[in-house]
Design a protein around this ligand. Structure first.
Ligand code: HEM
Length: 208
């Protein structure tokens, strides 16, 4: 359960939703946003909620999640590996037993593997078999090989389901003067990566 403090929904010590500016829906009347939102909620509309069984039908959401993991992997650097033989990589001599840290963040933005790598474009995964299950080495937000994340099948529904529920039950807007183009996506690098600035959004409840 996420705590609500002083009008903000807080997660990991940060303000994620500003409830003080929450859009009002009076007397059971649907907001304009909610009426428009019905079309966007086709998969779950009439059910009143999103459940785990329907997650795989939310095709576009899964593309958006993939693209988010590509551009903003929570763990930008994989666990250190040790080379087992003397080898040469791009002209560099790498002696046996050298500790190697793989930069999954940089690989996922490498123009040798991605068209317009800096652009957030979920459709790039449409009709495309590239996945983050550890076999496509240009896209490894969960790592690859023997040290790959063993929590992946626990992690994914815990990203997809809360996100799907938040999108189903609310319409979301930026505070005035902001739009997705001027949203500052700067991140703070570390063992885990996170936004530099809080993401402030205005939710309007969607009444089914
Ligand atoms: C979105 C969520 C998550 C992401 C992006 C993620 C990503 C990663 C990455 C990149 C690694 C290093 C893999 C490598 O070096 O090849 C890793 C390791 C690991 N992850 Fe996750 N992880 C997530 C959630 C979880 C969860 C929920 C659990 C446990 C329930 C978990 C347990 C572990 C463990 C135990 C390791 C170390 C494996 C080892 O040392 O061999 N992770 N994870």
């Amino acid at each position: 359960m996420l705590p609500r403090l002083g009008g903000y929904l807080r997660w990991r010590g940060r303000n994620v939703i500003d409830f003080r500016r929450m859009g009002h829906v009076g007397n059971g009347e649907k907001s304009e946003g909610a009426k428009k939102g019905t079309k966007r909620r086709q998969v779950c509309h009439g059910k009143g909620d999103v459940d785990e069984a329907r997650l795989k039908e939310l095709k576009y959401l899964s593309l958006v999640i993939k693209e988010t993991f590509r551009l903003h992997p929570p763990f930008p650097l994989l666990l250190p590996r040790e080379s087992r033989v003397d080898c040469e990589v791009n002209g560099y001599q790498v002696p046996c037993k050298t500790k190697i840290i793989i930069n999954a963040w940089a690989i996922a933005r490498d123009p040798k593997h991605w068209n317009e790598p800096e652009t957030f474009y979920p459709e790039r995964f449409l009709n495309n078999s590239i996945d983050f299950k550890g076999t496509d080495l240009e896209f490894i937000p969960f790592g690859a090989g023997r040290r790959m994340c063993p929590g992946i099948s626990f992690a994914l529904p815990n990203v997809e389901l809360p996100l799907a529920k938040l999108l189903f039950h609310f319409d979301w807007e930026h505070p005035s003067g902001m739009n997705h183009q001027n949203l500052d996506m700067t991140e703070i690098f570390g063992v885990t990566m996170r936004r530099k600035d809080d993401l402030i959004l205005i939710p309007t409840p969607f009444i089914c």
